[in-house]
Design a protein around this ligand. Structure first.
Ligand code: GDP
Ligand code: MN
Length: 387
C-alpha cells in the first residue's frame, strides 16, 4: 500500500527527521491560511498523487508570489495529474502539499528496499538525485551505490559513512547522513515498509541535508498491525476496478488486453496469462480469486472483470484444490444471471468436484463454453476474443 508524500513526511517527522515546513491543502478556500502559516515564501506547491514524475508533469510548482501560488493551487486542486508513471487518464488531485521552498545546492538519491536475492534490507544511494533511479542505473550504473544491512547488527555507522563519502559529502554532513540513514532504517523496520525512497535528498546552500520528496510503500501483509498507516489508504488513487477488488479481497490488476481472466492462485493466474499470450491473445487483467474462493467472491470478481469495456471474452480457469468446483460453478451461474454477460465465457474446471461443477454449468442453460484442458481453454478464449 502506498502512502502520499505528506503522509510519509509525517512519519519522518514522528522520528525526528527534519523535513521542509509544509501545510496540506484540501480546499482552495484555505490557501491564504496556508500562506500565512508558511510565511513570506517562496513556496512549492505539490500535487499529492500516488505516482512519481510529478515534477516533469507540472504537478510540482515553484512559486515566488502569492498570486503564483493561488494560480498553481487553483489549477491543480481537483484536477487529474497524468505523469509518466501512472495510467493514461492520470490520478485525481484531492490534496496539495504546500511547502517552504528550499535553496537547493545538490540533489541526491537515497532509498531502502528489500533485496530478495540477498534476503536483506538494502540501502541504495546515488549522487544523481532528482531523476529516475532506473534511468541512472541504466546509463551510469557506477553512480548507484548499495549497502546491504545485516538484520542482527542493523545499519552500521561505517556503512552510512561509505555511502556518505561516495556521495561526496564532507564535514558535518557525513554525520547527518549517517544519522538520517540509521533513522530511515529504523522506520523501514518499525513500519513494515517495502519501499522508502527519498528522491531527492537535498543538500541546501546553507549545508543542511533534507528529504524534499518521500515515497513510502507499506507491506500489505503487515497492515493488520500497522493500523495507523492502514488508515492512510486512499482508494481514489487506485484504478476504480482495483479499488473495488481491494474492498472484496480479490487480487486484481488491470492490464490492456481484451481477455478477462479469473483464476484461483497467483501462480496459476500467471501461467494462464502466459498461455493466452502464447496463443496470440492479450489478457485484460490479472485476477486471483484466492484459495478460499466462494460463490460470492466469484460473482464479485466477474462483475469487476466485466466492468472493463475492453473485455471481449472471459477465461475462467479454476483448479479445485481447497475450493470446490461445484461452488465455483454456482458462483459463475449466479454472476452470469445477475450481471448479464454479453461476451463469450470459456470455463475450465479441474480438481475437487469438477464433474459436479461441469454438470451444473451444462444444465444452467447459459451459453458457457466448456474446455477440458488449459491449452484448449486459452485457444478458445483467444479465438472468441478475435472473432
Ligand atoms: P516527483 O517529480 O514526483 O518525484 O516530485 P519531487 O517532489 O521529487 O519534486 C520534483 C522536483 O522539484 C525536485 O527534484 C526538485 O528539483 C524540485 N523541487 C521540489 N521542491 C523544491 C524546493 O523546495 N526547492 C527547489 N529549489 N526545488 C524543489
Ligand atoms: Mn521525487
Amino acid at each position: 500500500m502506498n502512502l502520499h508524500e505528506y503522509q510519509a513526511k509525517a512519519v519522518l517527522r514522528e522520528y525526528g527527521v527534519a523535513v521542509p515546513r509544509g501545510v496540506v491543502l484540501e480546499e482552495w478556500a484555505s490557501v491564504h491560511e496556508a500562506m500565512a502559516e508558511l510565511g513570506s515564501g517562496p513556496w512549492v506547491v505539490k500535487a499529492q498523487v500516488h505516482a512519481g514524475g510529478r515534477g516533469k508533469a507540472g504537478g510540482v510548482r515553484l512559486c515566488t508570489s502569492a498570486a503564483e501560488l493561488e494560480a498553481a493551487a487553483s489549477a491543480l486542486l481537483g484536477s487529474r495529474l497524468v505523469t509518466q508513471q501512472n495510467a493514461p487518464h492520470g490520478q485525481p488531485v484531492h490534496r496539495l502539499l504546500i511547502e517552504e521552498q528550499l535553496p537547493v545546492q545538490r540533489e541526491l538519491y537515497l532509498s531502502l528496499t528489500v533485496d530478495r536475492a540477498a534476503e536483506r534490507i538494502v540501502l541504495v544511494a546515488s549522487s544523481a538525485g532528482g531523476m529516475e533511479i532506473e534511468a541512472v542505473a541504466a546509463s551510469n550504473p557506477e553512480l548507484v551505490l548499495r549497502e546491504a544491512v545485516h538484520p542482527v547488527t542493523g545499519l552500521m555507522d561505517y556503512q552510512g559513512r561509505n555511502l556518505a563519502f561516495a556521495l561526496r559529502l564532507a564535514g558535518g554532513q557525513v554525520a547527518s547522513f549517517v544519522q538520517l540513514a540509521k533513522t530511515l532504517y529504523r522506520i523501514f523496520v518499525d513500519k513494515d515498509l517495502s519501499l522508502l525512497e527519498i528522491n531527492p535528498l537535498v543538500l541546501t546552500r546553507d549545508g543542511r541535508l533534507l528529504p524534499l520528496d518521500c515515497k513510502m510503500a507499506v507491506d500489505d501483509n503487515a497492515l493488520w498491525r500497522q493500523k495507523g498507516l492502514a488508515a492512510c489508504l486512499d482508494l481514489s488513487q487506485l484504478d476504480p476496478k482495483e479499488a473495488e477488488a481491494h474492498a472484496h479481497h480479490v487480487n486484481y490488476i488491470a492490464l490492456d488486453g481484451n481477455i478477462g481472466c479469473m483464476v484461483n492462485g497467483a501462480g496459476l493466474a500467471m501461467a494462464t496469462m502466459d498461455l493466452i499470450q502464447r496463443c496470440g491473445g492479450r489478457p485484460a487483467n490479472f485476477l486471483d480469486v484466492g484459495g478460499g474462493a466462494t460463490a460470492e467472491s466469484v460473482a464479485q470478481a466477474f462483475r469487476i472483470i466485466l466492468a472493463d469495456p475492453n473485455v471481449r471474452a472471459v477465461l475462467i480457469n479454476i483448479f479445485g484444490g481447497i475450493v470446490r468446483c461445484d461452488l465455483i460453478a454456482e458462483g459463475i451461474i449466479q454472476a452470469v444471471r445477475t450481471v448479464g454477460v454479453s461476451v463469450p465465457v470459456v470455463v475450465r474446471l479441474e480438481g475437487t468436484n469438477a464433474e459436479a461443477g461441469r454438470r451444473l454449468l451444462a444444465e444452467s442453460g447459459l451459453a458457457i463454453i466448456p474446455a477440458s484442458d488449459l491449452t484448449e481453454a486459452a485457444q478458445r478464449a483467444v479465438a472468441e476474443a478475435t472473432r
